[in-house]
Design a protein around this ligand. Sequence first.
Ligand code: PLP
Length: 313
Amino acid sequence: MSFEKTKWVWHNGRQLKWDEAQIHVSAYGLHYGTGVFEGIRAYKTTEGPAIFRLQEHLERMYASAKIYNLDIPYTSEEFTEVIKENLILNGLENCYIRPLAFSDSGSLGIRAICPTSVTVIAWEWANALDPEKKAAGLHVTVSPWRKFHSSMLPTTAKSSGQYLNSILAVREAASRGFDEALLLDVNGNLAEGAVENIFLVRDGKLLTNDEKSSILLGITRDSVIQIARNLGVEVEVRALTLDDLFSADEAFLTGTAVEIAPIRMVDEKKIGDGKTRPITGRIQKEFIDIINGRNLNYRHWLTPLHKSAKVGA
Ligand SMILES: Cc1ncc(COP(=O)(O)O)c(C=O)c1O
């Protein structure tokens, strides 16, 4: 992912020009990874741009901050307003939004409690994956790196330092030519993709795991579970084994960046016949309708940027 500089970045209460939004090299979070963040998307809908599940993302950010004792000096309502303002100032519609709260400069003693700085960067980002590759399905590998257990780091928190695990896995997978890495948990069960949750389809039923498998509880994951159930597809939440994966009829990854991305192959093994994915297709279609504001039943998942807009109307 690379981005062009946007005009405005929100930093500690002010919308600043991109080059003015700077931190000091002594920032505690830079040294120790103490930051919490979110990845959120806004989509262009028929009624103007709208942010997908903003409230749930902000709730997760505040929950992550609580776990790490980061005191975010703005309320969720204030964050909502500055995110909207930043998108409007930058003229963004289809974009990715990255709020971040981190321990700033104060001391580098490991016990220090430093002031929290907060930032929102947003940039245009239509596709995290090449659309052709996404349509054909991803070729993923089981990573030699395991997902850390939730007794080691709080896996339900989305924190900066925890991403070293994902980065090692994704870079190792890319070095062997794969599209993404799947990480096993310490017990050898499936955990998740480097930055996505995993779903399997078997005999018409959707299977996915939960926090007991040391995963981040994805907001796309939650959306897919609700969509599937509303479509009448049974969803079973339980630990998933490699046997489950290799005997699945369909498999897909979910995340804000990739949305719903089918898996075609895992290492040398095809998933299903490698081509047909009726259940994934149904859920993907519904999801696309929802994010584009075409499904009234889910309008509460969209926060319109402009007050007068009634997304999904
Ligand atoms: C480790 C990990 N798992 C799962 C996800 C998917 O979460 P979401 O659907 O909220 O983007 C992400 C992305 O944020 C992630 O980094």
